[in-house]
Design a protein around this ligand. Structure first.
Ligand code: UDX
Ligand code: ADP
Length: 478
């Protein structure tokens, strides 16, 4: 029986391994983590991450050929294929601070693998977490110099392209599976073994094999280009507001050009999530270290525009509300970085809420899937601190200017404004006449996701800011 171990039971490791176990009943899959609470949650009825359809996948495979454990060394030593999906935080000090990836969790995982694997054996180590280009080379040196000489370690890069909220469907029918490996016989033996796993449910034509560095760079480039599309449309949203054009109409028009395509053209208050910013920063740092400053500057602008968009939104809110939100109650609808996830990592809500708090606002946050402690943690923690095995979400101290409530009507009761920061479907179904009646007048809505019916809201009496759309005369400064 082929045995797979995965180090890291996070947003990538957990769902990916569950899908492999589901589709390959004859393969034993063990997902490992040093975080005991996380493993306990994976073994319970309340999984540590919210992902539509994931409960069913886990329930079918768990206990059959899918296991979650903290006994890392035992299962790694027994595995034929070892996936590594650990944290790769952005460095906050030293060389490359604020840009480069901190590979210390990766390195310690590699040292542990080297120490517990005994030969003779052929072990495949698979990079699953996004890492800078050439990480495989560094890791293979750690394995070679620390391991039993009768164990052959072969490194593969198998980046994951799933998006949160659609992880199960992305894993069930991926656009492609990418496997990078060395071009020699051992490399190709390992590539074939991993391709055979995916071939249980993914057509062979969609399993791409490349060299190691191409696979590593393809992952960074895919995320950078997706983020670039959002920053491009967001930059145009600013111009639309000044000129009276409508960003949705512009996006629809350009999206019908088959060379451009219609996806990832929704203007928003900014992109978030654990990957986009981190991966672009990685790309920027790699370019800089290769002496490619112009290329680094080009990609850096994608992040700069994202920061600008969040700041612009804050200025619209404060500017629209007569230049101050001091002591005004503001309802924040949505805190997750996108709908259908409870994930708050790098959510645009962080910078927006901080900007409003700095001007004295009293925030009432409602999100259907985000826990109160996560909101308080994100608003008080240092930049990049979330990306560590035990980010102290539970011990975050409560901010006096932020209340997290379980009911959107409570969040809006008496509020001066509603800020929509996540595109949850349920926000479209709210009883807006009821909300309007309960709010302080003039009642503002700042739709940072363009999901509401703006004309209907204006009919009801709301002053509406819709991102990238002709500005409501009430909000004009002149
Ligand atoms: C992303 C990549 O899509 C995925 O392939 C990779 O494996 C991990 O990073 P994820 O971060 O989970 O996935 O979500 P994604 O759907 O890409 O959204 C990222 C951010 O962009 C969200 O904040 C989302 O709201 C925002 N977004 C997305 C927009 O603002 N406009 C769009 O048109 C699309
Ligand atoms: P991703 O979004 O890429 O899946 P996460 O941060 O959600 O990343 O998950 C990474 C996981 O890796 C965390 O649960 C963390 O506890 C775990 N981890 C980090 N280092 C180790 C290690 N040396 N051994 C086992 N698990 C680890």
């Amino acid at each position: 029986m082929v045995k797979i171990a995965c180090i890291g039971a996070g947003y990538v490791g957990g769902p990916t391994m569950a899908m492999i176990a589901l589709k390959c009943p004859e393969i034993e899959v063990v997902v490992l983590d040093i975080n005991e609470d996380r493993i306990a949650a994976w073994n319970s009825d309340s999984l540590p991450i919210y992902e539509p359809g994931l409960d069913e996948v886990v329930q079918e495979a768990r206990g059959r050929n899918l296991f979650f454990s903290t006994d890392v060394t035992k299962h790694v030593s027994e595995a034929d294929i070892i996936f590594v999906s650990v944290n790769t935080p952005t460095k906050t000090s030293g060389i490359g601070a604020g840009k480069a990836a901190d590979l210390s969790y990766w390195e310690s995982a590699a040292r542990m693998i080297a120490q517990c694997c005994k030969g003779p054996a052929f072990k495949i180590v698979v990079e699953k977490s996004t890492v800078p280009v050439k990480t495989a080379e560094a890791i293979s040196k750690v394995l070679r110099t620390n391991g039993d000489s009768s164990v052959h370690f072969e490194i593969l890069s198998n980046p994951e392209f799933l998006a949160e909220g659609t992880a199960v469907s992305d894993l069930t029918a991926p656009d492609r599976v990418l496997i990078g490996g060395k071009e020699d016989a051992d490399g190709q033996r390992a590539v074939k073994a991993l391709a055979d796993v995916y071939a249980h449910w993914v057509p062979r034509a969609q399993i791409l094999t490349t060299n190691l560095w191409s696979a590593e760079l393809a992952k960074l480039t895919a995320n950078a280009m997706l983020a670039q599309r959002i920053s491009s449309v967001n930059s145009i949203s600013a111009l639309c507001e000044e000129t009276g054009a409508d960003v949705s109409e512009v996006a629809r028009s350009i999206g019908m050009d088959s060379r451009i395509g219609s996806k990832f053209l929704n203007a928003s208050v900014g992109f978030g999530g654990s990957c986009f910013q981190k991966d672009i920063l990685n790309l920027v740092y790699i370019c800089e270290t290769q002496g490619l400053q112009k290329v680094a500057d080009y990609w850096r602008m994608v992040i700069d525009i994202n920061d600008y968009q969040k700041q612009r939104y804050v200025e619209r809110v404060i500017g629209g509300m007569f230049n101050t939100v001091s002591n005004k109650k503001i309802a924040v609808l949505g805190f997750a970085f996108k709908k259908d996830t409870g994930d708050t990592r790098e959510t645009p809500a962080i910078d927006v809420c901080r900007g409003l708090i700095a001007d004295g606002a009293k925030l009432f946050v409602y999100d259907p899937k985000v826990e109160a402690q996560h909101v308080h943690y994100e608003l008080s923690a240092a930049k990049f601190s979330w990306d560590h095995p035990k980010a102290p979400y539970a011990s975050a101290s409560r901010l006096s200017s932020v209340s997290v409530v379980k009911d959107p009507y409570e969040a809006c009761d008496g509020a001066h404004a509603i800020c929509v920061l996540t595109e949850w479907d349920e926000f479209k179904q709210l009883d807006f006449p009821r909300l309007y009646a309960s709010m302080t007048k003039p009642a503002f809505i700042f739709d940072g996701r363009n999901i509401l019916d703006h004309a209907a809201l204006r009919e009801m009496g709301f002053v509406v800011y819709a991102l990238g759309k002709p500005l409501d005369p009430f909000l004009r400064k002149d």
